[in-house]
Design a protein around this ligand. Sequence first.
Ligand code: PLP
Length: 378
Amino acid sequence: MLLVSEPVLGAEEKSALSDVVESGWITMGPRVRAFEEAFAAAHGLPDCVAVSSCTAALHLILLAAGIGPGDEVLVPSLTFAATANSVLYVGAKPVFVDIESLDVPLISPARAEELCNERTKAVILVHYAGALADAAPWRALAERYGLLLVEDSAHAVGVEGPGTIGDAAAFSFYGNKNMTTGEGGVVTARDPALLERVRLMRGHGMTSGTFARLNSRTPHYDVTMLGFNYRMDELRAAVGLVQLGHLPAWNATRRAFGRLYRRLIANACPDVRVPFSDEHACSHHIMPAILPAGVDRDRVIERLRDAGIQTTIHYPPVHSLTLYRERPDIGPLPVTEEFASRELTLPLHPRMTPADVEHVVEVLAAALRDQGAHPPQT
Ligand SMILES: *Cc1c(COP(=O)(O)O)cnc(C)c1O
């Protein structure tokens, strides 16, 4: 089966893991710090804090910035549930904002502004597919309404920009992301004081960690705030260091396959739209395609599956999920709903070959022809 995404793991990761085992120190220690330094440098950022997931990263950012009950946080609905869940974790209210267009499926600054009121305290941007949101309109909006600007950069690992657009950013190293540590995430923040609060909160709010106490004269510590156990461990950091080294080459391969998909789709099934027709800075995390209106997407999915090709949908809109559907003032979000009803995510990862891309587009074109419409251009 050709999967939508696949991690690249091999001998280097095994050897890095075995080094950690032999070192005898497996939880947060020097490798976590080395990973933080390498990750920040790779993204042109001064520093970052490694955590257990991107979800934990979003939670800590909102908490450390003082977002809480009575506050509203603007979020896209075209995202993974974790984006909105992080707002619920701190007791604030997620307010769903529509996307710009089918071509630019990013949270719309104009729609966001219409939803701003005196309770609005933050906005979480999602760089959908790894395509970066435009900094200028968001900075202007954040300034005008005094909003904390947070980037959910789960998709945008390995491109420069995230972490500099907003006040803080959260990255993911989940198994299907551009690089993986199994589970894992990173927080960056422009304000060093905010980043230090996040650093304390990731480890129970303790003033010194186990490794620091081992290497200092005194075993004393204090707890200065309500923290969590959102730490990364040495095993994950060791894998992360290896993965980070390969990330530029992997992202270049993703970019090449993204371009090939776009060209082949334009030829073989011109009615299928590929978002982001304007070049965006992008990590090419996923390969979204918009099927023609009226096509039975489930039949297309089945045809592809029969040909050994997995596809997924990014995303079922969060406002339509049971947890959110019944909440007051939810939706409608017409552009998000249309995008989500026609979107199909095609396989895109560095272990594919150009022949795989050609095969996917051939089967997709055949599946669409089966439905009687949309003959290819000759
Ligand atoms: C994967 C993902 C997350 C969650 O990341 P975890 O590291 O699994 O917590 C959050 N937001 C978006 C947009 C994602 O794709």
